[in-house]
Design a protein around this ligand. Structure first.
Ligand SMILES: O=C(C[C@H]1NCCC[C@H]1O)Cn1cnc2c(c1=O)CCCC2
Ligand SMILES: [Mg+2]
Length: 494
């Protein structure tokens, strides 16, 4: 296993692809935009899923699994929510040699699959709130250049779909879910994100409003949507095709009348794209760098026998060390392959991004200690075998924290405030994440897109952060010169 042949700061795309293959996260596939997700990456997905499932389980969200296929008539019932997306929908048109009577779409998202059943299941108030979530694959036949995890034609996500009797309940849940997404990124993947609201132009067409957590890739100067939590309002429930409503009894001049109220809905998702963002943010010239929280192996133990001196004893101590660490809930493994040298193993596990390496050789045995090496900053230290578990736990905590802190420092260094068009253009040229005062007019947003169109893509609004800086009296929009209404993040994006 050689090192990487591409540098992160020289050819980011090739570096990213090589890291994913060399760390055994991804295998390429013969259909463009489709990738094999291997064990090393599946463990990341499963660790996040376990946390996410626990959190939404406590919120009363039920599990479900709706069909992969959507009939053409159903998908096109709700045209406006897929407006502009038709080219991305994949269709099944044949089975064997015979054409299908009716073409069947492969789900690109499941609103039109699920909501007819919400209509059937929700009859009166005590059927509410209705909350379901499914973990599944979706297919979107994107045409812009595919990238493993970031932009693939099939990807895995969870999609939550909920219905409430009142808007207030829906509004609360939108933000509760958004906070879980922030935790997924910041506490598990050690990636800083910005919580905010999408503009009317960038939001999901079927939504009343869209909130998102936005990440940023310093190397390419591009923003990337990390996860979305939408309030759909009554946009779907009031559509006659769905007509999702509950009946209420109202007293009117002494008589009880029944009326009905359309439900208020949310939908929310994060996907395997989150894994790609983590790789891009933390990876380095030696390969993948895994945050301990999501590493299949948090500690790799390497025996370092010296000539034939007490080799068996060294192997026994390595095995015992792994056992002790595992008993304490630390995900540890020993690499006892005898056809590789210790040095070779160091490079192999560095490429795979294991947060902490433990080396055990004759000297370590003699001093009842081990040599620990951090993957994030390469620092080496000798740890006593006495209270090793506590020291390793503390070290893993420090690695997790320092990965987040350094990623946040690098992201913050990319943030540039722009008050005028010239400052905006210059910041864009410098691949910055731009915070600018905006008049909140859609025409202006479209104009900025047109004026910044180029081979590296146009600049767009990423989100309007909930955490708004003060807007001084008289502040002008950077693009239109009109009175600014809000501070918004702009940039090129994936
Ligand atoms: O998928 C959503 C909205 C919503 N879907 C459910 C989970 C939350 C949220 O992502 C938006 N969207 C994006 N992309 C596409 C579609 C689409 O509806 C439908 C057609 C194919 C491309
Ligand atoms: Mg898309």
């Amino acid at each position: 296993r050689l090192g990487l042949s591409h540098k992160k700061d020289e050819d980011f795309g090739k570096w990213y692809s090589e890291v994913l293959v060399n760390s055994e996260m991804i295998e390429y596939y013969d259909i463009s935009g489709c990738y094999i997700i291997r064990d090393w990456a599946m463990m990341i997905w499963d660790i996040m899923k376990e946390f996410f499932e626990k959190e939404i389980g406590e919120m009363g969200v039920d599990k479900c699994m709706f069909p992969l296929f959507v009939s053409k008539s159903v998908l096109n019932k709700e045209k406006n929510h897929i407006a502009g997306f038709e080219p991305e929908v994949a269709w099944v048109t044949k089975a064997g040699k015979s054409d299908l009577e009716v073409e069947i779409a492969i789900r690109p998202t499941s609103e039109t699959v699920i909501y007819p059943y919400f209509s059937k299941w929700i009859r009166n108030r005590h059927d509410l709130p209705k909350k379901v979530n499914q973990w599944c694959n979706v297919v979107r036949w994107e045409f812009s250049n595919p990238m493993p995890f970031i932009r693939s034609r099939e990807f895995y996500w969870q999609e939550g779909h909920t219905a409430f009797a009142t808007k207030e309940e829906a509004d609360v849940e939108v933000l509760e879910i958004l906070e879980i997404y922030r935790r997924i990124y910041e506490e598990f993947l050690a990636v800083p994100v910005i919580k905010g609201k999408k503009s009317e132009l960038e939001k999901f067409a079927g939504a009343l409003y869209t909130s998102s957590v936005e990440a940023f890739i310093p190397n390419t100067g591009r923003g990337i949507q990390g996860a979305t939590s939408h309030c759909l309002g009554q946009n779907f429930s009031k559509k006659e095709f769905f007509d999702i409503k509950f009946h209420v009894e109202i007293e009117e001049d002494g008589k009880t009348k029944t009326d009905h109220v359309h439900v208020w809905q949310n939908s929310w998702a994060y996907s395997t794209r989150s894994i790609g963002v983590m790789v891009m943010v933390h990876g380095d010239e030696k390969g993948l760098v895994l945050p301990p929280k999501v590493a299949k192996w948090q500690v790799i133990v390497i025996p370092v026998p010296y000539r034939d001196a007490n080799t068996q004893e060294i192997f026994d101590v390595c095995a015992a060390t792994v056992k002790t660490l595992r008993k304490a809930g630390i995900r540890a493994e020993v690499d006892k392959r005898d056809h590789y040298t210790p040095g070779w193993k160091y490079s192999y596990w560095e490429m795979k991004g294991v947060p902490l390496r433990i080396e055990i050789g004759p000297k370590d045995l003699a001093n009842n200690q081990i040599r620990a090496v951090r993957r994030d900053n390469g620092v080496k230290m000798d740890l006593s075998m006495v209270s090793l578990v506590e020291q390793v736990k503390e070290l893993l905590g420090k690695i997790q924290e320092s990965l987040f802190d350094s990623a946040k420092q690098r992201r913050d260094a990319c943030i540039q405030i722009a008050a005028t068009w010239d400052e905006f253009s210059e910041a864009l040229r410098q691949k910055k994440l731009i915070l600018a005062p905006w008049c909140d007019e859609e025409e202006v947003e479209k104009d900025v897109k047109n004026r910044t169109k180029g081979d590296t893509g146009a600049a767009k609004t990423l989100c309007t952060p909930f955490d708004q800086p003060e807007m001084l009296e008289g502040t002008k929009c950077f693009a239109s010169g009109k009175p600014a209404k809000k501070w918004t993040y702009w940039g090129r994006s994936y």
